[in-house]
Design a protein around this ligand. Structure first.
Ligand SMILES: *Cc1c(COP(=O)(O)O)cnc(C)c1O
Length: 405
């Protein structure tokens, strides 16, 4: 830690949790959207136009995201969850099918499988990256397995080549949940151009926001058509001149995204590159300072990926601390540092226990890591002084809870 930070931390050594002065006066959230005047003007322009919902801005945003990620087709949907559900439905998942995914993700990933009547099966993660472990995936494959649903956790692409090898060998579909990884790259290829279907979320904590929104990217024209039809009640138009002539060959949904949302997304997308480079700067600053603390372990991103740094997650070395993870998080929050937790393991939620009979012991590595994980603030508008505050608070809290040898 730079000595100025250490000095600052030492001066106010009593934790705010214990009545001391917090490292900063105002709250620093773990994530925050950024909206500029251009974004606002883009939305107002739509409000003054003839189209409010699905109009030209939807096509424009879909094409812009597809171009940005090197994919042929983009289909915008009302949320990242809707994108996952539509992708699972487009893959034909249904009752009796199994889908292998990670327990360390937002619950939407597995819920999308359940919406289709299929069963989510959980494979353990790798310690280095917290991404799903292809060897564990292979051990979960049965005659019922239809798809693998890897998540690019925290913004680091999963081990996609190994996953594709398994998919080819066992004739499985790969749906990649890249809700954390817009702008990431895997072995020189842009995320969104690699899997049969890749899903994104435009929730405000993600890299680009539309308020609520999501997208499926694919290079397969027929798959794109299927997702589009699922987005709009399953409708198939029979005559391009007469939109009232249509039929419903399969059940679909109203998962449409509006022109209002897409105008915001299109404007936001112009700042994706600068946002990513700021996230990388922050990650580098965190890593430089935190790697010398023995109370924490850092993840080890692979060298063949470009990380999108949606989240910066550290692992506490609990044997070196006199407090548990929740106390450390509370202490950081008392210092006005919005430390957070991502995520409770999916299969340990009451619904998953009850519905699928899951419980402790299913993924021992994830279960051992989850109680050690802490998410630090990470968003492009964080200033260098915000970063210093996080590091000062980390130093203060860890020093206070350090278990003396
Ligand atoms: C945000 C997120 C989703 C869901 O996206 P919404 O737009 O909130 O529906 C799905 N999976 C992961 C990994 C996410 O982080």
């Amino acid at each position: 830690m730079p000595s100025s930070l250490a000095d600052r931390a030492l001066k106010n050594e009593a934790l705010a949790l214990h009545g001391g002065t917090p490292v900063r006066d105002n709250w620093l959230p773990y994530g925050h959207h950024s909206i500029d005047e251009g974004d606002i003007a883009a939305v107002i322009e739509v409000l003054r136009s003839d189209w409010i919902t699905q109009g030209p801005k939807v096509d424009e945003f879909e094409q812009a995201v597809a171009d940005c990620c090197g994919a042929k087709y983009g289909v915008a949907l009302s949320s990242g969850t809707a994108a996952l559900h539509a992708a699972c439905a487009a893959a034909g998942l249904g009752p009796g099918d199994e889908v292998i995914t990670t327990p360390l993700t937002f619950v939407a990933t597995a819920n999308a499988v359940v919406y289709c009547g299929a069963k989510p099966v959980f494979a353990d993660v790798q310690v280095r990256t917290l991404n799903i472990d292809p060897e564990q995936v292979e051990r979960r494959i049965t005659a019922k397995t239809k798809a693998i649903l890897p998540v690019d956790f925290a913004g680091q692409p999963a081990n996609l080549d190994e996953i594709f090898d398994l998919a080819r060998k066992h004739d499985l579909v790969v749906i990649e949940d890249a809700c954390h990884a817009l702008g990431a790259e895997y072995k020189g290829r842009k995320i969104g151009s690699v899997s049969l279907m890749t899903t994104f979320s435009f929730h405000p904590v993600k890299h680009v926001t539309t308020g609520e929104g999501g997208m499926v990217l694919t290079d397969d024209r027929e798959v794109a058509q299927r997702v589009k039809s699922l987005r709009h009640h399953g409708i198939r138009y029979l005559d391009s001149q007469r939109p009232w002539v249509y039929e419903i060959p399969r059940l679909g949904y109203n998962y449409r995204l509006s022109d209002i949302h897409c105008a915001l997304g299109r404007s936001q997308l112009r700042r994706l590159a600068s946002g990513l480079s700021r996230r990388r700067e922050i990650a580098t600053a965190y890593t430089r300072s935190l790697s010398i603390l023995d109370q924490v372990s850092l993840l080890e991103p692979s060298l063949d990926v470009q990380h999108a740094w949606h989240l910066y997650i550290i692992l506490l070395n609990l044997e070196k601390l006199s407090a548990d993870r929740d106390t450390v998080v509370e202490a950081l929050r008392a210092e006005n540092i919005g430390a957070a937790l991502h995520y409770p393991l999916v299969y340990l939620h009451p619904f998953y226990r009850k519905c699928f009979g899951y419980g402790e012991g299913l993924c021992p590595i994830a279960e051992a890591l989850a109680p050690r994980m802490v998410t630090l603030p990470m968003f492009p508008e964080m200033t260098d002084s915000d970063v210093d505050d996080v590091l000062a608070a980390m130093g203060k809290v860890l020093r206070c809870f350090s278990r003396k040898a």
